[in-house]
Write a protein that binds this ligand. Sequence first.
Ligand SMILES: Nc1nc2c(c(=O)[nH]1)N[C@H]1C(S)=C(S)[C@@H](COP(=O)(O)O)O[C@H]1N2
Ligand SMILES: [Mo]
Length: 325
Amino acid sequence: MTHHIKIPKGWEMPEEELTPESIFMNRREVLQGMGWIGALSASLLYGCAPGSTEVTNAHPQKNLTALEKTLYPATRVTRYKMDRRITEEAVAASYNNYYEFSEVKEDVDHHAQKLKTRPWQVEVTGLVEKPKTYDLDDLLKKFHLEERFYRLRCVEAWAMAVPWTGFPLKALLDEVQPLSKAKYVRLVSFHKPFTAQGQIAFWQPWPYSEALTVKEAMNELTLLVTGIYGHPLPKQHGAPVRLVVPWKYGFKSIKAIQRIELIDYKPQTFWNTLQPHEYGFTANVDPGIPHPRWPQTKEEMLGTKEIRLTQLYNGYSDFVADLYA
Ligand SMILES: Nc1nc2c(c(=O)[nH]1)N[C@H]1C(S)=C(S)[C@@H](COP(=O)(O)O)O[C@H]1N2
Ligand SMILES: [Mo]
């Protein structure tokens, strides 16, 4: 019966309404705090209430490893301000771009479950002092996870606002020590056409890859993400580890990363190779540069359909404007 209870999580409320309890008590703790009588009456009250929503379509990773249980939810960092309501978890988890699995955003959550995300290794290689291959658990143990609220603006003019859990890409790069001649960081996803039906399209430049300049990669906003909404990433969001670059269009935020390569040339990337006139290499969010097929001045928030004015660098000018001065 307990699965009918809907307790609002911290991120379902505007920031000023957040209380320490709502942030730091997870649902299990709330239930324990209420006791069984409370839990029962809450389920009777809310379970049949019209409008009570259940996360049925989200596939959050329910079977956390012992290590993950010690890491999630991670401590929230408030340095990155959120100017709008956080997107509903179930909405964000059922409307995804992940062309390896489907071109239909509503179908990605289903098909992506086929990807085997453990064991998983990330190779960091190329122009670095100390190349290294990390098992996913090495990454989780070595780098301090934190939670950050970021806006994500897709080039298709929809946007979301979500709590990511991860660590700065800079921390990883500092470990492997890029050589001074390294100019770009290339990130490469998996290639498994028998698992990922989209990769049967052999004329597309699989595996999905993206790239940043070393300076962009070292920016404090650039995050390697292992979790969302206080738990490990579900597969449709890019488990077990993805990039999030919040001042660039969403296609730069590559999912399911297997290789990170430091190179001295500007590489080919997935969308830029397919449609260079529509998807630039740099891809900074900029309302002043329309996409050839639609304006980029506005964005629609997932779920609420709220229309917001798109901001230069997706509102992160304070952190990144000097990169482009
Ligand atoms: N490997 C891979 N990463 C990807 C994509 C993809 O198709 N494949 N799509 C990108 C696009 S266009 C967007 S908008 C975001 C969407 O992330 P979300 O599904 O977690 O919202 O993932 C990006 N990362
Ligand atoms: Mo996107």
